[in-house]
Design a protein around this ligand. Structure first.
Ligand code: SAM
Length: 250
């Protein structure tokens, strides 16, 4: 809770909720090697910044391919689980909020923000600030790569959902979500039920459509270079539920 009694959905909240299970639950959320191959197309030995580096799931294969990776994350609990590769290929900024980047101008060739992480910036205007910061820390011609879901059209029947994430003899994990379409927010709980009791893992995202993302990026000083449906460069169509967007700093 924060001082006014409302739930704390600050920058560290998501990571602190999921750190102990992130690698187990989300190891296969996307293909990390395919992500690294996608980034490789922009050249060898890139100075790369990953926002929301988490446990290093993506940064580790990127560093292994010879990129100079810097990762930031607001959650110390996530970074504590980090299984990174040898210094100096990867360095981390602890406790940093990706809406305010603690780096000098023009330092990076590439900024990567994957796995819906941009939508974790859930304060109004926060994502626009984040994109402006990405532009500031990129060199001219550098690339911002954003992987995020494409929100489904609002549907009152789907605004409140409970689904089963996993079910074993010992443990059930349910996912409960409430979508506030007017504010483009989804608040959720992963509810883990076992003999040990009930463990709640709350989270909140603010989603943007691809058109809104493009508009924020353009205001920040980017032009859209490419958009794909996945890391394998499948061409993007309006029916896709995921988008990998490549913005070029101009
Ligand atoms: C969905 S996880 C993605 C982790 C990793 N990039 C991956 O793909 O596996 C999102 C990460 O972003 C971090 N995060 C969320 N909001 C943040 C913020 N405002 N500033 C910095 N990190 C944030 C969380 O702590 C978490 O580690």
């Amino acid at each position: 809770m924060v001082e006014d009694g409302s739930p704390d959905f600050g920058p560290a909240r998501y990571g602190d909720s999921f750190a102990d299970v992130y690698d187990e639950w989300y190891d296969d959320v996307s293909d990390a090697e395919a992500t690294a191959t996608f980034v490789d197309r922009f050249g060898p030995s890139q100075r790369l910044l990953e926002l929301g580096v988490g446990t290093g799931r993506l940064s580790t294969p990127l560093a292994n391919r010879g990129h100079w990776v810097t990762g930031i994350d607001a959650s110390l609990a996530m970074l504590d689980r980090w299984n990174g590769v040898a210094e100096p290929l990867v360095s981390m900024a602890v406790g940093a909020d990706m809406a305010v980047l603690p780096f000098a101008d023009g330092l990076f060739d590439t900024v990567l923000v994957a796995t819906n992480t941009l939508f974790n910036v859930n304060q109004p205007g926060g994502q626009a600030n984040c994109l402006a910061e990405c532009h500031r820390v990129l060199r001219l011609g550098g690339r911002l790569i954003v992987e995020a879901m494409v929100p489904a059209p609002p549907d009152p029947h789907l605004d409140r959902l409970v689904t089963t994430r996993s079910l074993t003899v010992d443990t059930a994990v349910l996912t409960a979500t409430v979508r506030d379409a007017a504010n483009q927010e989804i608040t959720g709980q992963h509810i883990e039920i076992s003999e040990a009791g009930i463990r709640m893992r709350p989270w909140k995202i603010r989603y943007s459509t691809p058109a809104q993302l493009d508009e924020m990026a353009e205001i920040a000083g980017f032009r859209l270079g490419d958009r794909f449906a996945d890391w394998d460069e499948t061409p993007y169509t309006d029916d896709d539920s995921n988008a990998v967007s490549v913005f070029v700093a101009v």
